[in-house]
Design a protein around this ligand. Structure first.
Ligand code: GAP
Length: 451
């Protein structure tokens, strides 16, 4: 097994197999913007589904919301984003490139061989200035005073402004949470590293409202829950760690933040953040909107809840899953590339293959099995080309199992099941395939790449 996983290999496989395409390619591309192909969409659906299941469906204390992307502009004044959601920006007058002043060490300037900005006497850098990362837009037909609005840079604020609705209408009482999945937009100065830092991404955030004196307990609880979620879906322990921010690194709203980091090909970097936001957001929105945002108990007890927030993007999870799963090995003198994805994250759960694509009988049996399975699972039928090539194709998109209809199937109604990772094959009755698959999906799964 190979541990030599570079971002280039992930980008190349993603493109070759139709997970992710560079966006607007026929117009010359639009840097760091991506479109998702069929398998990318299926995989994103799985990530979203597994998150929603763990955060909402399997719990009694969290409800869902889907707020607007364009909110009242005052939301972003209250949240602190208009004044403070900025990065320090530096221009180089020589190479005409822009850099984040706090990331000069991680950036390379335009000259060859590549240098860090400011490293050579030719570099002519401006003083840093604050650059707001929110995308501005205009609401309505006229571009006039008062029509300016923003694309949301996080989904969280759409949750805070609905706190009262959920408290009253969903009749909740702390501790309870509100979860949201949706696109967020940030005009990043230096996007890059494939999907890791993009300008348009899909966030999955949950705001958990708790009595203030329970905040620390719930903060620790959510760090553990989220870490276990990654382990459950196969990310290896050796590639995961929790890093607590020092006071100087925390956002303006935070009383404590920990990042779950993954060892990406670019080094240890933030996969998900878990923050104790205190009562900052509810207090700010109460002040700016003059609406009381607090919990009042039946016995008259009243307080502004503290908020614990686990926040992540589908993009960062997708890159971590692909990197963790990517493998190359030689089998019988042939090289194969395989994505050893958790079966519940793989875009296709099983392939159904007639051994001989030209055999009407095999095709009929395989198609009938496919029609049965597709009602419950993401499955793929393929009868084109040599069987070895069809297996390799499924390996590259991470399909955990292939059911093959062959000569023997025509005699005794059994099929072979091929395992993507061990390459072991077993025979099972065709009538038992559906149950076999359901059982296999519920089994605990560990990465065959080890820990
Ligand atoms: N509501 C809190 C919040 O948005 P954040 O640390 O700025 O906090 C949360 O973002 C998560 O969103 C990050 O941990 C990361 O998973 C994801 N994220 C942030 N910026 C991103 C970007 N430009 N591209 C992809 N994912 C991003």
């Amino acid at each position: 097994m190979s541990e030599d996983v570079t971002m280039d290999k992930i980008v190349s496989l993603s493109r070759r197999r139709g997970f992710v395409f560079p966006s607007s390619e026929i117009y010359g591309g639009m840097g760091s913007t991506f479109d998702y192909g069929h398998y990318g969409v299926l995989m994103k659906n799985n990530i979203r589904e597994r998150w929603f299941e763990a955060m909402v469906r399997n719990r009694d204390d969290i409800v869902a919301i889907d707020s607007a992307v364009i909110l009242h502009p005052k939301v972003w004044e209250a949240s602190g984003h208009v004044a403070g959601f900025t990065d320090p920006l530096i221009d180089c007058r020589t190479c005409k490139l822009r850099f984040r002043a706090d990331k000069l060490e991680d950036s390379s300037c335009g000259r060859k061989p590549s240098k860090h900005p400011g490293e050579t006497p030719e570099c002519d850098l401006t003083e840093p200035r604050r650059f707001n990362l929110m995308f501005e837009t205009t609401v309505g037909a006229l571009q006039e005073e008062g029509s300016r609005a923003y694309l949301r840079p996080e989904t969280a604020q759409g949750i805070f402004i609905n706190f009262k609705n959920v408290l009253q209408i969903a009749r909740r009482k702390p501790p309870f949470g509100i979860a949201q999945i949706g696109k967020s937009f940030r005009n990043e100065i230096t996007p890059g590293n494939f999907l890791f830092r993009v300008r348009e991404f899909e966030q999955m955030e949950m705001e958990f409202f708790v009595p203030p004196d329970e905040a620390e307990k719930w903060y620790r609880y959510w760090i553990d829950e989220r870490l276990n979620w990654y382990r459950r879906y196969g990310l290896r322990d050796s590639k995961l760690r929790v890093r607590e921010h020092g006071p100087e690194e925390r956002s303006h709203y935070s009383q404590g933040t920990s990042d779950i980091e993954y060892d990406y090909p670019i080094g240890w970097s933030e996969l998900e953040g878990i923050a104790n936001r205190g009562d900052f957001d509810l207090t700010q929105h109460a002040e700016h909107s003059t609406t009381k945002l607090e919990y009042v108990g039946q016995d008259g007890e009243r307080y502004v809840p503290y908020v614990i927030e686990p926040a992540v993007s589908i993009e960062r999870i997708m890159v971590a899953l692909l990197v963790d799963a990517y493998d190359e090995e030689v089998v019988g003198e042939r090289e194969r590339t395989v994505l050893r994805l958790h079966p519940k994250m793989a875009p296709v759960t099983a392939a159904i293959l007639p051994l001989i694509g030209k055999s009407d009988e095999m095709v009929a049996k395989a198609r009938s099995l496919y029609e049965d399975l597709r009602r419950r699972h993401s499955v793929e039928y393929d009868d084109g080309g040599a069987i070895g090539r069809r297996y390799r194709r499924q390996d590259e998109i991470g399909t955990p199992w292939a059911f093959t209809v062959d000569e023997q199937t025509l005699q005794d109604d059994t099929v072979t099941v091929r395992d993507r990772d061990s390459l072991a094959q077993e025979r099972i009755p065709i009538a038992g395939v559906r149950d076999w698959l359901e059982d296999a999906l519920e089994r605990d799964w560990k990465s065959p790449k080890g820990n």
